[in-house]
Design a binder for this molecule. Structure first.
Ligand SMILES: [Zn+2]
Ligand SMILES: [Zn+2]
Length: 134
């Protein structure tokens, strides 16, 4: 345990839904899958994972959309900001740019590179995996 970890704070665009994370991220990367692209309207989504029990909503209540048999996407019902991906594993995915300080959690890989958009790339040498993490 890192006793000095400062909890991460974040939330949606309108401010109704706020969350807090009390332990350091487990992994952090970009996802270029079509579901993330369509859901966010962005060419890729940067997100990081934390244990479910280290994440809590502290204001507002999100709405949820079941995007596949094993996962749902949670968003602010007022402003629509996409915040969290949750499935039946012990971890959830939190959108990095939803943090108050997104610079605190840099991505370290790209996944679903197979569906990345041709005109979009980032200036880094991080590993690019065709599908999920190996
Ligand atoms: Zn909102
Ligand atoms: Zn994705």
């Amino acid at each position: 345990m890192t006793a000095k970890f400062t909890p991460l704070q974040g939330g949606c665009l309108c401010g109704d839904v706020r969350f807090q994370i009390k332990a350091p991220p487990i992994q952090s990367g970009y996802c270029h899958c079509r579901m993330c692209q369509r859901n966010s309207g962005a060419p890729a989504v940067a997100s990081f994972s934390v244990l479910v029990h280290d994440f809590a909503y502290v204001a507002g209540r999100p709405a949820a959309f079941r995007s596949s048999a094993h996962g749902q996407r949670e968003f602010c019902p007022r402003c629509g900001s996409y915040l969290v991906f949750r499935d039946d594993t012990p971890e959830i995915g939190v959108n990095t740019a939803s943090l108050d300080d997104p610079g605190a959690v840099p991505p370290t890989f790209h996944i679903y590179w197979e569906s990345h958009i041709d005109w979009f790339d980032t200036a880094d040498t991080l590993p690019r995996y065709e599908k999920g993490l190996p």
